[in-house]
Write a protein that binds this ligand. Sequence first.
Ligand SMILES: O=c1ccn([C@@H]2O[C@H](COP(=O)(O)OP(=O)(O)O[C@H]3O[C@H](CO)[C@@H](O)[C@H](O)[C@H]3O)[C@@H](O)[C@H]2O)c(=O)[nH]1
Ligand SMILES: [Mn+2]
Length: 657
Amino acid sequence: MTVVATRSICEEVISAAPWHAGTVWHVALVCEATSGGGGGEGTRSGRKKPPPPPLQERVPLGRRAAWAWRLAGLAVLLLLLALLALRLLRHHGGAGGDGGVWRVALVCEAWFAALCALNVSAKWSPVRFVTRPENLMAEGRTPSTTAAEYGELPAVDMLVTTADPALEPPLVTVNTVLSLLALDYPRAGERLACYVSDDGCSPLTCHALREAAGFAAAWVPFCRRYGVAVRAPFRYFSSSSSPESGGPADRKFLDDWTFMKDEYDKLVRRIKNTDERSLLRHGGGEFFAEFLNVERRNHPTIVKVLWDNSKSRAGEGFPHLIYVSREKSPTHHHHYKAGAMNVLTRVSAVMTNAPIMLNMDCDMFVNNPQAVLHAMCLLLGFDDEASSGFVQAPQRFYDALKDDPFGNQMECFFKRFISGVQGVQGAFYAGTGCFHRRKAVYGVPPNFNGAEREDTIGSSSYKELHTRFGNSEELNESARNIIWDLSSKPMVDISSRIEVAKAVSACNYDIGTCWGQEVGWVYGSLTEDMLTGQRIHAMGWRSVLMVTEPPAFMGSAPIGGPACLTQFKRWATGQSEIIISRNNPILATMFKRLKFRQCLAYLIVLGWPLRAPFELCYGLLGPYCILTNQSFLPKASEDGFSIPLALFISYNTYNFM
Ligand SMILES: O=c1ccn([C@@H]2O[C@H](COP(=O)(O)OP(=O)(O)O[C@H]3O[C@H](CO)[C@@H](O)[C@H](O)[C@H]3O)[C@@H](O)[C@H]2O)c(=O)[nH]1
Ligand SMILES: [Mn+2]
């Protein structure tokens, strides 16, 4: 009885003060331990214990709305087919035409019809998942992961990439990192670790992060004490310019708030007023020695442990912070972000080896401090681990242009399209704001067990692991723990692993291994996210879109025309690279476990760059016909005029639904 009572008290405390969830969860675990693993009275008296409340619920979108959607989509498709039939029957091109424009229109509309068919398939079964983090601490629940024997939630390694201190100023990265360090998670200091990859090899970024670690010592407790909603300081101090604006605040809070604001202003000044040369000459002595005379594209690995929580004596503390600038050499391809992510995966493997990894771009911040708890609901909340190989949060943007004029905020993509794909094999990996199972990243199929060991990824022998993961003993040992769900005690002294971390960050480490192909982030495309997500789906994993209120993460999107064009060019190049490669989704469906309808959904996204010629051509048909006195559609007086008219109306209605 006491256990139950204590637990309900725990829950009350959480609902009143969610920022204390960590401590309370710990209390609940202690309760569970003392009650004999949650056995409770029910089992003792022989009564069947009710199942623990669910961590997630699958909510099909309203039946009527879903049918309205499907019918509208089908109507557009049928009308497009009718238009095509009309064109084929009347191939002379109707009144007054020579047939040329008629044929061009036919080709374009055939493309539109094919795309429409793919879209109808992708959006046919929309699904949404609702998360219930409050149930994580319910009676009788044992998280089913490697950490289970400790009765704890799994550890999470948080991987952040930054590449250019000019385009991605250190202060931006600092805010991303601070928001991650201040996440709500039970015993966050021990179970979360933040790794930053700096492809710019900038002493300024390293300096800024070191300063941030100092600031975090005050910032994290402040956020936890007052349940701060947005934990990226630039956002917090800009959205609530005065703490009184939200109603009466007590004296202590006002004092703390003012102190924190002063400290943040000082931090900003320290970061902005530092210049590289004086930093290398006078600042930090030994600390920056490794940055002396380095070239951005030609330098050895630099690894710095900026904060080691195991050395802290204060309370719960906050996550470790590690800076990594991987080795670069003009003779080795660095594989852009995919290369950086693979290095971070290996470095985190030999240091903390968490079974879950969160990936964030440096221009994003955590907008919901309970994001990891929500993600855990989707990672632990299914009976079958195959249901969630990765959990992706929708990309949302702050200070973005209204109505998304350039289309790079992907409003429609994340609102409509993805909830449909969710009903097939799951959301696409979008490159940031995504929680992966390390196992899935390592190329292990779901529910991999001993029987499959011999023929799928080979035996557990070290030789096999070597060919797959490279020649680091420490990395192979950590991979073995992940692949076969062996529990490993968390690393205590991460500083002792710096040399190992440097070895696995070498620019030639990948060579002759499976990294970049079957293991880690896949090389060969500028949109490594699509390719990597597709490989995980092709192994039979599903994925889940994590929709929370407030949104879990916020990022920034380019707001100028030229910057958007550069971004689009990169995406278009990356997607074309996938379509024409041996990693394309059609082959993955034929020879691997990518579902057929998921393949169609991938084709819509990967075919995006091919749309432009058809759309441009069709758009120019109208003006061309006016200038040459022709018509590419049936005239109002002719039979068949009602088809394009109905198509116009139904297509626009469909888009507004
Ligand atoms: O050599 C490189 C190049 C990029 N990055 C990092 O990769 C991230 C994404 O690059 P960015 O230039 O910001 O690309 P975006 O178009 O804004 O990113 C979107 O598209 C990318 C490619 O599809 C995804 O990887 C991203 O997660 C997604 O946000 C940033 O954190 C960069 O710092 C590196 O670490 N090393
Ligand atoms: Mn970006």
